[in-house]
Write a protein that binds this ligand. Sequence first.
Ligand code: SDX
Length: 428
Amino acid sequence: MADTLTVTDNRTGKQYELPIKDGAIRAMDLKQIKTGPEDFGLMTYDPAFMNTASCRSTIAYIDGDKGILEYRGYPIEQLAEGSSYLETAYLIIFGELPTKAQLEGWTTEITAHRLLHENIKKVMEGFQYDAHPMGVFLATVGAFSTFYPDAKQIFEETSRLKQVHRLVAKVPTIAAYAFRHSIGRPYVYPDDDLSFTGNFLSMLFKRTELKYKVNPVLERALDVLFILHADHEQNCSTSAMRTIGSSHVDPYSAMAGAAAALYGPLHGGANEAVLRMLQEIGAISNIPAFIKKVKAGEGRLMGFGHRIYKSYDPRAKIIKRTADQVFDVTGKNPLLDIALELERIALEDDYFISRKLYPNVDFYSGLIYQAMGFPMTMFPVLFAIARTSGWIAQWEEMLLDPDQKITRPRQIYTGAKRRDYVALNKRG
Ligand code: SDX
């Protein structure tokens, strides 16, 4: 049997042989299917790209039915168990696990780039105290494009590498400064003696002590959460990074758009929405009424469902285990019991079973973040810190892919037919 698709256009009786490669046909191969010389040719119609591959990628692999996630072929469970976020970021960006020397060099570079230009603090001062930290984050990332004009040299490998170092290193500092601004506390400068995640905790929570004392359990838990959120193939924000980057704009401007996409409650804003939902439910006794409303179409069970995972999100399983370690230190988040009962009821309810709705990465992560002392508004910012490595890797893969060019989808026009302009004094 040949790897081809035979299609018959019943409008003309013509037959076409379309090659199948990697389980897909090229949409452009459909263009030859016409009813006549005037015909533009057949297109595919796929709103939200439910069944359209936008690229070939070697970075993340997901099997939604089996609940599998791998970064560059390494199972997420093994990376969460044995790796660190910085090492995983190296793997995602450069494609291989680093040698000892490579990891040391990478860590040195990232540590060296943690500081922000002092003027960035002035950019942040312009925000209201109650400005959502995610709005501050994405605006500041965009502002970076004005501080580092060399980033426009996107086809210079050395320039790209410098922006990679700057972005991975500086996003925790931006996040911490946005948080400190929102609580009216002075900024805490990076502490080069601390790990990537330990330094982040210091910049967030240090008070008047000379040196912040990092809790190793919380440091490791947050590092694991960063590993779990680092990349996830062609999700909404990564697709935004690729689309914006395809215009050959600098990576900071592209990432500001990616962060904006992540901000949405259907995407990276879901972890904040889950906490608000659990607080709204308020007690286990209120769960049946809440589920009834969801099933009536009045709102969604936030943190449940996924476009790709039609089984339990493997990241949610690991996060659930990590929660226990955090709560041993911080004390149990009282909302956990509501979340566990909500999951138990939903997983037994045909409405969710029939739609293959399971907990996703956002269902439990917020409970951990809140127990660690983060306000809900910081949750999507934490997601963005981790996803920065995935966004950068996907952006660079797009830039270097000979198949890619500026993204510009087609449309099916359903608007008004051609008509003549009517002068104002002649309109009804
Ligand atoms: C992330 O893409 C990624 O990889 C994203 C991410 C990543 O790492 O980058 O994994 C991170 O964004 C996780 C998802 C976080 N979002 C939420 O938890 C928000 C709640 N979830 C949903 O809004 C929804 O499940 C999505 C957005 C995640 C997926 O939406 P789809 O694939 O477009 O599914 P759909 O909206 O077409 O829903 C299919 C059916 C519908 O019912 P019917 O119209 O068939 O009757 O399932 C229902 C939906 O109403 N449904 C839900 C539901 N999610 C889908 N019903 C109740 N609660 C939900 N959460």
